[in-house]
Design a protein around this ligand. Structure first.
Ligand SMILES: Nc1ncnc2c1ncn2[C@@H]1O[C@H](COP(=O)(O)OP(=O)(O)OP(=O)(O)O)[C@@H](O)[C@H]1O
Length: 315
């Protein structure tokens, strides 16, 4: 594993804790976000995602822990530092009686090199609404305007708190395009979400958080492999499998009749070895093909559900 230096990191958090009275909204969060990556904070309702983001962007104080964002402690909240961030909070205020174009122009005026308003409005799919009052926008359209306002200053580090909640599938895709656009510009993105497909589609790495605790951090593939989830190899009509796959290599999990076939599943951490033994076995029986063969890798969803359920069981 390569050792990361402070220069490679846009965010470094250790031992983060936030108490509301004697309730720990954030109990132990450790995470590092590398320059240029898309990092997803995944977790169920009330996990502590928003509180963590609010601390990172300097709008909420912390009880304990070390936090560095773009090389600074967010508590200092310096203007030059803030201008390098783009923040799309979960709940934004209203934009009063202004039109979409006026709102974007207004926020653009705070920055020295903003994304041109028309370009940005088009990127979030609101061109036809440029002259409409924001009060007439649908919930999803308003959310897209929030995203535009948050990123108009070409931030180096973007925080998107549940950017696609309430959006229809097409608008979700547009929001995803925007994240990819920022990735191409070299920006770092932290997004909170409880949509696993969103993390899978967008994130380089993700952290799973529940009940204020960071349970695991890794690439999407690493997360899929963690929490003891095994690869599942399924096939049909291959006799005497138990004799060629010892228990040390895999567990023959299910055997049943399906569509006139006798199907078998093997859960294994050594899929290549199991497959090669199966193929050799099939050949020795004179079979050219193994009927119904499929290999399914454990998914992010498997790991997520396992970890969240394990955490729920503790409470
Ligand atoms: N101002 C506050 N005072 C007291 N408790 C709070 C406050 N803000 C948040 N909490 C509690 O802290 C916990 C974490 O909340 P937070 O909003 O960070 O969760 P979240 O992961 O963002 O959830 P969601 O996905 O529902 O937005 C929740 O139990 C919430 O009720």
């Amino acid at each position: 594993m390569t050792t990361l230096t402070e220069d490679d990191l846009h965010i470094s958090v250790s031992g983060l804790r936030k108490m509301y009275g004697d309730f720990p909204a954030v109990e132990s969060v450790d995470m590092q976000v590398r320059k240029g990556e898309v990092f997803a904070l995944l977790g169920p309702n009330g996990a502590g995602k928003t509180t963590t983001v609010e601390i990172l962007v300097g709008v909420r104080d912390r009880t304990a822990g070390e936090v560095s964002v773009l090389g600074q402690d967010p508590r200092a909240d310096r203007r030059a530092w803030r201008n390098r961030l783009g923040v799309v909070p979960q709940n934004t205020g209203d934009y009063m009686d202004l039109t979409v174009g006026e709102v974007v122009d207004h926020f653009a005026s705070f920055y020295s090199d903003p994304i041109p308003s028309a370009e940005l409005i088009s990127m979030v799919g609101l061109t036809s609404k440029t002259k409409s009052k924001t009060t007439s926008l649908s919930g999803g359209q308003k959310r897209r305007l929030d995203v535009a306002v948050g990123v108009v200053g070409r931030p180096e580090l973007v925080f998107l708190d549940e950017p696609t909640t309430g959006l229809d599938p097409e608008a979700r895709r547009e929001a995803w395009d925007l994240v990819n656009y920022f990735r191409e510009l070299g920006a770092t993105t932290v997004l909170t979400t409880h949509y696993l497909d969103e993390a899978e589609a967008l994130a380089d790495r993700a952290g799973i958080i529940a009940a204020g605790k960071m349970l695991t951090v890794g690439t999407i593939e690493e997360l899929g492999r963690s929490a003891g989830a095994a690869t599942l190899i399924t096939f049909a009509d291959l006799p005497d499998v138990a004799q060629i796959i010892p228990a040390t290599l895999g567990t023959v999990e299910a055997a049943g009749r399906e569509d006139h076939r006798f199907s078998t599943s093997i859960a294994t951490d050594a899929p290549t070895e199991v497959l090669s033994r199966l193929i050799e076995h099939a050949r020795s029986l004179g079979m050219a093909e193994i009927p119904g063969l499929s290999v399914s890798r454990p998914t992010l969803e498997d790991t997520y559900l396992r970890l969240i359920q394990r955490e729920d069981a503790k409470r």
